[in-house]
Structures are given as structure tokens and as C-alpha cells.
Design a protein around this ligand. Structure first.
Ligand code: ADE
Length: 223
């Protein structure tokens, strides 16, 4: 899978993509992430990428030209399955969307800033709009990092048995069961007996029951 990210702050991605599972996925060549600075595509001599909004009102708007030139350059090089704009008014990200996107080949993620992006980009180029939750971030970069992480870890071969996505919360619309590690007793607090029993069938039943309890209590909307 290849993800091309269009941003005015490419440095913001240095951290999220250079550790742990995403770093390993890139090293194993399961995923490629390419960062593109939108400022490199402006034809303006001052490298301007935003301007006042027509009709007045506070806040700058990201201009159509540099973003569209960047998208068109990439489209000339390969075909993209989706061109995704990260925005609080998009469809709220969930595990189902991450699963679907993990099965695609090439994605462009566009990070917005200020008051938004010129609507003509959305009308003519964007194929999907995604929000990472009902709150407003300072820009689309953190949302793009969240989306990339949620997608890349689902690509076959990225996770090993130990980190398997199958038992993740949400994977079957259930939250995960509680987990414990050694010691079996800490400050008098004991690990549930069944987990020490060695009886795999009983352990699986216990985990399912706990996952169901937790989902009913915390997220009944998932059931
Ligand atoms: N940009 C600003 N806020 C956002 C959000 N909640 N989701 C995606 N992109 C955003």
C-alpha cells in the first residue's frame, strides 16, 4: 500500500511514522508513506498557500491551485483508489472504514488548515471525507496520522501473532476483555482464577463474556 500525504507541515509526521508497528511496516515494505509539502506546488512568488475568504469572515482559506497541482502531479504518476480530505465534517472514522481502506492500493490524504480548503477542491477531486471524531483539531495532520496508523496495522503481514488485530477492540463490534500479566497476585489483588487454569475453552468463554459485559456497560451502541 502507498499513502501520499499533502500537508503544509510535513515535519509533524516525523514522530508517528518512525516508531513501533508503522516503522516496521515501512521497513518490511508493506507500506510506503510519501510526504508532500503543498507549499512546493504554489506558483505564487511568496509561496502563499492561503487567502481571505470571499464574502468576508474571519479565517484564511487554503487556495485551490497548489493543492490541485499537487494532486494532479500524483495522479499522472499512478491511479489512486481514494483522495481523502481529513475534516471534522467528514464521515466519522471507525474500524469498518479502516478495514476497507486497508484493502486498497494507493491513497492520497489531504490535510487542511485555517478555515478550510477552497470548496472547488472538494467538489472536483476529493472522493472521501473523514473525521477522526466530533472535536476540532488545529489541522488535518494528526488526523491523517491516526488514519494511516489504523489502516497500515491491518495490512496482512504487518502484525505478528502477538499483536494480531483479530482480538482488537471493535474488530467484532466488541470491546476487548481485560488482560493481566505477572505476578498473579499484586498487593493482594488476584488475577481471575480461570486465566491460570490452562483450560483454553473456559478462558475463551470467560473472555467473550467479559468483552460482552464491558461493551454493554460502556458502548451499548456497538451491540
Ligand atoms: N481537522 C480538524 N479537526 C479534524 C477532525 N476532527 N478530524 C479530521 N480532520 C480534522
Amino acid at each position: 500500500m502507498r499513502i501520499d500525504i499533502l500537508t503544509i507541515f510535513p515535519e509533524m509526521f516525523d514522530g508517528p511514522f518512525s516508531h513501533s508497528i508503522i516503522k516496521r511496516a515501512i521497513e518490511k515494505e508493506k507500506a510506503e508513506i510519501h510526504l508532500h509539502n503543498i507549499r512546493d506546488y504554489t506558483l505564487d512568488k511568496h509561496k502563499k498557500v492561503d487567502d481571505y475568504q470571499f464574502g468576508g469572515g474571519a479565517g484564511m482559506v487554503m487556495m485551490a491551485e497548489p493543492i490541485i497541482l499537487a494532486i494532479e502531479k500524483l495522479q499522472k504518476e499512478r491511479k489512486y483508489d481514494e483522495i481523502i480530505f481529513l475534516t471534522p465534517d467528514g464521515e466519522v472514522l471507525n474500524q469498518g472504514i479502516a478495514n476497507q481502506l486497508s484493502m486498497t492500493g494507493n491513497l492520497i490524504l489531504l490535510c487542511g488548515h485555517y478555515k478550510g480548503i477552497d470548496e472547488r477542491i472538494r467538489e472536483h477531486f476529493i472522493t472521501k471525507e473523514i473525521s477522526v471524531g466530533d472535536y476540532v483539531l488545529s489541522g488535518g495532520e494528526l488526523a491523517a496520522a491516526v488514519l494511516s496508523d489504523a489502516i497500515i496495522r491491518l495490512i496482512p503481514g504487518v502484525l505478528n501473532d502477538e499483536t494480531s488485530a483479530l482480538s482488537d477492540s471493535f474488530q467484532n463490534n466488541l470491546l476487548s476483555a481485560p488482560v493481566y500479566t505477572r505476578p498473579s497476585e499484586f498487593r493482594g489483588w488476584k488475577v481471575p482464577e480461570v486465566l491460570l487454569s490452562g483450560n483454553d475453552k473456559l478462558i475463551q468463554e470467560w473472555r467473550h463474556e467479559k468483552a460482552l459485559d464491558r461493551t454493554k456497560k460502556r458502548r451499548p451502541d456497538l451491540l
